[in-house]
Write a protein that binds this ligand. Structure first.
Ligand code: CMC
Length: 393
């Protein structure tokens, strides 16, 4: 009906009003509910930030305690879900396991579907926050062929995750505070990023009044792609390839400059919105240096990353197109230092992004947004008549 404006990739089209995250791509500013990302990364905890995103204000001590305790009550995952989990092949990508098991929560908690009460919605939120780390650690254990570790609720959110990932069955696992702290920072930096691809997916799916679990599962799948959250895995694979190839970063910069013919992009470079720098990348680069030096790790890949950054940032191709390192460029280096394997990197991103997805889903439902239904410009055949199969050439 009438005139349709076409904006492929929504480069200039706002899809919603939102009071959650402020982002200024020209100035490199990112704020959650008004609070600068630099302050949150430095001073707060991931659960505090999750509360802030989801409920709109920083929690009081009492609110944070009750949010944390409630999450602890729900960290176990129904043992029947293990049967689904056990069916995955050992080389299943952890993101596939994550999205499938999150979607299956809809089957285990059918009351999360349809019109839900405020109390049921609150429970779904808490369950997701509580169970996603457990499911994520299971996905890793599947890959390793190891028995799963049950959650330890005496530990913090981050320490419990590291315990479920790395503790051996009969030994107590002591989480290094440097690691706990680094994980906390990474999760905070990933916690929300306004209307990115996965968040828009969560809102779009949720706009049909699909359950929170199915909406988040769809978001996980959107995040998986290499142009979005999957980029962090691609970055490390690229850096390792450069290293194996003799460390000639200039060669790769040249290849990326011909992205149109080579099909090769520098992963971890460029961003749809940030055109001067990605404030998260600044924080992560510093954190990577700090973590590696305090753990006494000398990762040659970090050196290659720095050389590659330098080579790209002094090349007119990258300068003209305003392509800077994004959040994914250095995050993988920290994940590696934490002992997290490459194919788990995007899962780590999902753990961090969860509160943002939840907050955006909740906002979308509370503001009673209509069902999302983009239009199109049709460019196919005009009307033509059906041909009998024998008459087709
Ligand atoms: N390497 C080489 N050239 C690039 C790159 C890159 N990484 N990124 C963009 N370009 C070029 C692109 O070829 C185009 O050139 P031209 O003007 O000659 O046509 C120009 O820069 C603009 O690129 P675009 O694809 O139109 O920009 P976009 O806003 O549609 O895409 C992006 C943004 C992040 C998908 C893209 O920069 C990219 O593919 N980067 C690599 C993947 C990556 O690191 N993704 C993580 C993003 S941050 C975290 C997240 O959201 O998950």
């Amino acid at each position: 009906s009438g005139f349709i404006t076409l904006d492929s990739g929504y480069k200039n089209t706002g899809a919603t009003k939102s009071a959650i995250t402020f982002l200024d791509g020209e100035e490199g500013i990112l704020r959650y509910r008004g609070y600068p990302i630099e302050q949150l990364a430095e001073q707060s905890s991931f659960l505090e930030v999750a509360y802030l995103l989801i409920y709109g204000e920083l929690p009081t001590q009492k609110e944070l305690e009750s949010f944390t305790n409630e999450i602890k009550v729900h960290t176990l995952v129904n043992e029947d879900m293990r049967k689904i989990f056990d069916g995955f092949p050992v080389n299943a990508h952890p993101m596939g396991i994550l999205s499938a098991l999150v979607c299956s929560l809809t089957a285990f908690y059918p009351e999360s579907m349809g019109s839900v009460t405020a109390e049921q919605e609150r429970l779904s939120i808490v369950r997701l926050m509580a169970k996603l780390p457990t499911i994520a650690a299971w996905a890793y254990k599947n890959h390793m062929g190891h028995p799963v570790n049950y959650p330890q609720n005496r530990l913090s959110y981050c320490a419990n995750f590291m315990h479920m990932m790395f503790a051996l069955p009969v030994e107590e696992y002591i989480v290094n505070p440097v690691i706990e702290d680094a994980l906390n920072t990474l999760l905070i930096l990933h916690a929300d990023h306004e209307q990115n691809c996965s968040t828009s997916t969560v809102r779009l799916v949720g706009s049909s009044h699909a359950s929170l679990y199915s909406s988040i599962s769809a978001g996980i799948n959107a995040l998986w792609g290499p142009l979005h959250g999957g980029a962090n895995q691609e970055v490390i694979e690229m850096l390792e390839e450069i290293k194996a190839d003799g460390g000639d970063v200039k060669k790769y910069v040249e290849m990326a400059k011909n992205a149109k013919t080579t099909g090769f992009r520098l992963f971890g470079f460029g961003h749809r919105v940030y055109k001067n720098f990605d404030p998260r990348a600044k924080i992560i680069k510093k954190a990577a240096d700090k973590v590696l030096s305090s753990l006494g790790i000398n990762d040659p890949v970090l050196e290659i990353a720095k050389q590659l950054e330098e080579a790209a940032l002094t090349d007119p191709y990258f300068v003209e197109r305003k392509l800077y390192p994004n959040v994914d460029f250095y995050s993988g280096i920290i994940y590696r230092a934490l002992g997290i394997p490459t194919n788990m990197f995007t899962v780590m991103f999902a753990l961090g992004r969860l509160p943002g997805w939840i907050a955006q889903w909740k906002e979308m439902r509370e503001t009673k947004e209509p069902i999302g239904r983009p239009r199109q410009v049709y460019v196919g055949h005009p009307k033509r008549d059906y041909l009998d199969i024998n008459s087709r050439s």
